[in-house]
Design a protein around this ligand. Sequence first.
Ligand code: ADP
Length: 497
Amino acid sequence: MKIAFITSEAYPFAKTGGLADVSNALPAALARRGHDVRIFMPRYYVVDRERFGLSIVGGPLGVPLGDGEKWAAILESRHIPGITAYFIEHDFYFGRDGLYDDGHAAYTDNAERFIFFCHGAMRALRDLGFAPDILHCNDWQTGLLPVYLKTLYGEDPFFKKSAAVMTVHNAGYQGVFPTELYHLTRLDWRHYNDGGLEFFNQMNFLKGGLLFADAVTTVSRKYAEELQTPEFGYDLADTFGRISGRLYGITNGVDYAKWNPETDTFLPARYSPDMMDGKRVCREELQRRMGLKIDPAAPLTGSISRVTHQKGMDVLADSLGALLADVNLQFVLLGQGEDWIFHKFEELRRLFPGRVGIFRGYDEPLSHLVEAGLDIYLMPSRYEPCGLNQMYSMKYGAIPVVRATGGLDDTVSEWDERSLSGNGFKFGDLTQKALYEKIRYVIRHFDNRRAWDSLRKNAMEFSRSWADAALEYERLYESLRTPVRHPVDTIYGFENL
Ligand code: ADP
């Protein structure tokens, strides 16, 4: 199949978060299954011409914007094996240091930038003669593409075989902008209503993508359900409910070439389920690096995380105070994020010397050592579309203790000592008390070495590869092969949804 994978970031070209990893790993896994996959993304300043071997392959490309037209170039890179990545270049819009913000605040012209990108991607596909079977869009930045495909380009013979898939990686970000900017899209005002892009008197790019795509996916089954509730879907819960018949959850994969304790070159020693000695070496090294007492008996717990409200790190810090006082455990944190939460952890480090280690910053090699050194990985997220660290942790024999939400609920199963089944621990309410009790419960299991060894083996055997995920996407794509073309007038207006 011909698949155009449209994204606002992809590793290693430009990355701010998990979307960049997916935008590399999923296209690569699909290409390995024999599909012709092309990535389309903006050419930011950080996408280095030399490093990625960029060359101009198309354009000047006229991109309609409002009443006028802007000109773009199309660049190409073959840096990712098996995949051609195309970049829409426009210096004014994308030749900036940041992707979406200047480090402090979102760029004020983000609506214009991503309208230009979406419309530019449609034009680039035509210019390059790449008529996709699947137009795979990701998050709000690409939300207008399914809308264009079904409206302005609905009659275009070039796109007659194309179906649109919209993937939601995090519904906390929707691309909401003032109505005054709608004219830039060139879309008809007929689409600006509650069954279209309009959203509480503003325009919402993600909503457009959800309503006009042939299928919508999100990155776990549980999150697909949660999105239909006000707590997780925010004000789009109704919209997610309306499209529930074509909403699918497909869990992300892990890149086991990078995340495997048997081969991980970031570690001082390697290990496998049958040869666990190396984990002890990693554990000691982690205690040393983090300034902790070298204590083989103390359960070593920790997190690698954005230190934000979403990740529940505030509640974790609050319950750790009582835990450190009552139980001989240690805790390490590797993360970046909000000061007010860091202050809580720093206070704990002061109160419990040699038992709390904090590294504030982003450090990929250290993140591997943390996974390898920990006994217990804590992930108390308020919401978690998929989550990766609980899956990395399992592979490294660090038992995940997670809130039962989104991808955490789908991938972690509760340990049962009688049947020796399960690969971790889950709790429901995110309160200081619930977390305190769950962690105490987990530590009682930790002290039962034989049972813990079985649990750790189960966890290390858990596998969710990108090959598995790619197969599920492929099945979905196949089911959309001959998209039903509705006349434009029947695809909006929610009585028809
Ligand atoms: P999210 O994308 O919501 O931040 P995920 O668990 O899906 O959460 O992915 C986070 C990714 O970023 C993981 O690969 C994790 O190891 C990595 N990560 C997060 N913070 C750091 C950090 N401070 N240093 C190194 N890696 C980090």
